[in-house]
Design a protein around this ligand. Structure first.
Ligand code: ADQ
Length: 482
């Protein structure tokens, strides 16, 4: 089988089973271990001058990492990726800024990373590129003559065409994305937004077999919702339930109900609205005073991007205000913890709680929602309040789905979740576990890679035909992709 090359902005070399790893790391690492391969990307270090990749072997997996210069980091990572693409793709074009130099830096870094990866490539490798930092990566590889099959998966939402057009170089970016052989999205609606853009703006054509013809190329476009390993999560949630921190939270609740929320601290996660909806519950249903607490765990991320500093101040202000308004000597309504926790411990905290409260304003998938469900005790599961704007809402039919812009609806859903009878909680939990098992993390990875491998097969069959018929000796892209 061909070697797999994974490219992502950050490379996270981890030992199998290490608890801090997220879906991307666990999912792709399994695939790399199976076929052998390379994981290529930024080491996370800022360096004086960016040199050749540092290559380390870990079993069948080779980790190849490069440093970024301060200028690269500011323009490519902090600038165009996180101050333009991230907000716009999450429908926050009010927070998005565009700077030509940052965009030039984004293209430059993609070009230089592509040149560095090229030195490691073999002719039959297949390449799987991840996320919004790398939209033009295939185009840069193609410029260097790389003809290998290249797939791309977008972990965050893809916006409708009207929003996409607010990014000034939108057409260049979409044309670059069409240099991939497979482009994957989290949901059918993200996929549709991409197709709508290409059909309306660039006169592309999408056919029923999932192939898109655009910018002189033919590519597969699909929805591949990322999953989790529900059995492994259920097991660790149960095993970690007797940890000291879990017991001490249980003791401190003294019979009160617990609403759990866990997110990276990001404006897309709707944290302020979430606190305000909880406040509305306390206002409208005073019977809950002293009987329920919200624990919000939200470690800061991208702390050097200004918008993230503002969200942090805003959230701390809201938690303080709500606590000041309602707290009693022996009851704090909101416990806001600004730090990272070991993943297994989080799963045990989910299991301890009566309500999972996951209400992003926009989210590609949201693995926390899936992890919350998988962590529950099937005999006495918690209920899930979930935003309709998380990709996960398509796949968790037993959730109480809310519009995170409607504070009244959210507070009503919280009250319903807190009072939900056991039989209804059990039925809803079973309804959610079935799709989580069917579409687990292996299914996500295997279905994407199987589509990418079919491209590889089509490529070699077409090349053989071209060679036989025309006696050509040079490697060519398949005719279907011309
Ligand atoms: P994220 O925006 O990071 O990911 P999410 O899908 O919720 O969002 O994944 C977060 C992961 O980090 C989860 O596995 C969670 O358990 C963990 N985590 C969160 N807070 C933590 C804390 N305080 N301590 C330790 N671990 C914590 C992006 C997209 C999502 C998409 C994923 C995967 O934005 O929409 O679901 O990629 O494709």
């Amino acid at each position: 089988m061909s070697r797999l090359i994974v490219v992502s902005n950050r490379v996270a070399p981890i030992q199998e089973g290490k608890p801090s790893a997220g879906g991307l790391a666990i999912g792709v690492l399994d695939a790399l271990k199976e076929t052998g391969g390379v994981w290529f990307g930024w080491s996370g270090e800022i360096v004086g001058e960016s040199g050749a990749p540092v290559v380390e072997k870990g079993g069948k997996v080779t980790y190849a990492t490069v440093g970024l210069t301060r200028r690269d980091y500011d323009q490519y990572y902090r600038g165009f990726s996180n101050a333009t693409l991230w907000p716009t793709f999450h429908y926050r074009n009010d927070l998005s800024r565009f700077d030509r130099e940052e965009y030039a830096g984004y293209m430059r870094v993609n070009g230089s990373l592509a040149a560095k990866l090229k030195t490691l490539l073999k002719p039959d490798d297949i390449i799987w590129v991840h996320d919004y930092h790398m939209l033009p990566f295939a185009q840069e590889l193609r410029k260097l003559g790389v003809a290998n099959p290249i797939g791309f998966f977008l972990h965050i939402p893809f916006p409708v065409p009207e929003i996409m057009r607010t990014v000034p170089p939108h057409e260049e970016l979409i044309a670059a994305m069409c240099q991939y052989d497979v482009v994957g999205f989290q949901t059918e609606s993200d996929k549709q937004s991409f197709i709508d853009y290409v059909e309306r703006t660039s006169r592309g054509h999408f056919s029923d077999d999932g192939m898109l013809q655009a910018f002189g190329r033919m590519l597969k476009v699909g929805a591949y919702p990322i999953g989790i390993y529900p059995e492994a999560i259920a097991k660790s949630a149960e095993q970690f339930s007797d940890r000291k921190q879990v017991k001490s939270l249980r003791d401190s609740m003294r019979g009160r109900k617990l609403i759990m929320s866990v997110d990276r601290l990001d404006y897309s996660k709707g944290l302020v609205e979430r606190f305000q909806a909880f406040e509305r519950l306390l206002l409208n249903a005073p019977g809950w005073h002293g009987r329920v607490s919200l624990v919000q765990i939200a470690p800061p991320t991208r702390a050097d991007v200004q918008t993230y500093q503002r969200i942090r101040q805003n959230l701390e202000g809201e938690a303080g205000r709500i606590n000041g308004r309602f707290a009693q000597l022996d009851w704090t309504p909101i416990q806001y913890l600004n730090r990272k926790y070991e993943r297994n411990l989080l799963m045990a905290l989910f299991r301890l709680s009566q309500v999972g409260y996951v209400t992003p304003l926009r989210d590609g998938m949201n693995l926390v929602a899936k992890e919350y469900v998988a962590s529950q005790d099937p005999a006495d599961p918690g209920a899930l309040v979930l935003s309709q704007f998380a990709g996960a809402a398509d796949q968790l039919p037993g959730a109480l789905v809310v519009n995170p812009f409607d504070l009244s609806q959210m507070s009503e859903a919280l009250e319903r979740a807190l009072s939900m009878p056991l039989a209804e909680r059990q039925a809803r939990h079973a309804d959610m576990m079935a799709p989580l098992r069917e579409n687990n993390l292996s299914v996500w990875r295997d279905s994407f890679l199987s589509d990418l491998r079919s491209v590889a097969t089509a490529t070699s069959v077409t090349e053989m035909t071209v060679k036989t018929v025309k006696g050509a000796t040079e490697a060519k892209r398949p005719a279907a992709k011309a």
